[in-house]
Write a protein that binds this ligand. Structure first.
Ligand SMILES: Cc1ncc(COP(=O)(O)O)c(C=O)c1O
Length: 381
């Protein structure tokens, strides 16, 4: 049975070059990076090289990068690190749970939280953020690209609004980093979250970039690691892998990889829409990251389709992977104004850098067969 993987927004395979870069850090350069001896210095060198590589990917300075355990921790550190009771936080309705749940917890601890909506294309507008700004607004958090739809947000304009009100702007760039070029100065943000496993490096490692001068209080207390912003012995192989992946992502984008992938994704959407009736591409009216395709397929349940496709050798997601198994309709699609039924019949295809036209043609055939079957079963009920 073919095994086609189209769930890269859940996680990506680790690139062979990344594995190779990590290997020495398990058994040769295995020292504790805080140790002063040569073994420690060997590990420290790996971390600092990676810090440089990650910084270069986003146009930042290396000493502004704090390594974490992943996107969730980076998002939490951005919010918890900046806000205190009495402050006001604005988050968008279609943020990842890593931001939404952190905001909910902060609300229970005396931080006022407002949610800004988005339009039918999944785009948050700066004017809508402006309308929610208050004198106490300390932080605005809007993601750079949405994990379910791929919709890219106008972060520059939103940052301008935040700054005009003396607030900071955090952007969750977990689904954008390594897919679109990022320059933190151009984006105008103050804090930016990244996760390694969405960019062909291992799971369980990430980074938070904080512009020089932005104070973040640590969440973890212990040693003086990461300039006292994140205590705990560093995951050296993971960090080294993330650095290598950042370097490779830069090359991939410079070589036109992202545009080529957008063509593959568009071929997939076109082919599927030709072969199957009553399919709508969510967020087609706005800029999306090149690997993501959110499709609404009338007359099928996303859950049933995901299971059927898995049995037919195609791995996709019914929404964000972190919510798989949950029966609730996607909060992202609901925020865009889709009905509960429309959201429940939407699925996400997310291509890896290595997905080919042959893969998507085969995938389109599999999806067409599965939809035909599921619709006919429904008609008989
Ligand atoms: C937009 C976004 N933010 C944050 C996260 C969480 O990242 P991690 O899995 O590294 O904790 C994810 C993961 O799916 C994501 O898509």
């Amino acid at each position: 049975m073919p095994r086609i993987y189209m769930d890269a927004n859940a996680t990506t395979p680790v690139l062979p070059e990344v594995v190779e870069a990590m290997l020495p850090f398990w058994n040769e350069r295995f020292g504790n990076a805080s140790a002063v001896h040569g073994f420690g210095r060997g590990a420290r060198g790996g971390i600092e090289a990676a810090r440089d590589q990650v910084a270069k990917l986003i146009g930042a300075k290396a000493n502004e990068i704090t390594f974490t355990s992943g996107g969730t921790e980076s998002d939490n550190l951005a919010l918890f690190g900046v806000l205190k009771p009495g402050d006001h936080l604005i988050v968008s309705e279609m943020e990842h749970e890593a931001v939404l749940q952190a905001a909910e917890y902060l609300a229970s601890r005396g931080v006022a939280v407002s949610h800004v909506g988005c339009d039918g294309n999944g785009v948050v507008h700066a004017e809508a953020v402006k309308a929610l700004m208050r004198a106490e607004t300390k932080l605005v958090s809007v993601m750079l690209a949405n994990n379910e739809t791929g919709a890219i947000q106008p972060i520059r304009a939103i940052a301008d609004v935040a700054h005009a009100g003396n607030a900071l702007l955090h952007t969750d760039a977990v689904q954008a980093c390594g897919k679109i070029p990022i320059d933190v100065a151009e984006l105008g943000c103050d804090l930016l979250s990244i996760s390694a496993h969405k960019m062909y490096a291992p799971q369980g490692v990430g980074a938070l970039w904080a512009r020089k001068g932005v104070e973040i209080a640590p969440m973890l207390h212990g040693g003086a690691h990461e300039r006292r912003k994140r205590a705990g012995t560093e995951n050296v192989p993971g960090i080294v892998g993330m650095g290598k992946a950042a370097e490779l992502a830069k090359v991939w984008m410079a070589d036109g990889g992202s545009d080529a992938l957008a063509n593959v994704r568009d071929t997939f959407e076109r082919t599927l829409c030709e072969r199957v009736e009553r399919i709508t591409v969510n967020c087609v009216g706005t800029s999306r990251v090149s690997n993501t395709s959110s499709l609404r397929i009338e007359g099928v349940s996303a859950e049933e389709l995901v299971i059927s496709l898995d049995m037919m050798g195609l791995a996709i997601s019914g929404g964000s992977a972190c919510q798989s198994g949950a029966v609730e309709a996607s909060h992202v699609l609901r925020a865009m104004g889709l009905t509960d039924a429309e959201a429940r019949s939407s699925v996400r295809f997310s291509l890896t850098r290595h997905t080919t036209v042959d893969d998507v043609m085969e995938a389109a055939g599999i999806v067409a067969d599965a939809v035909k079957l599921l619709r006919s079963v429904r008609q008989q009920l």
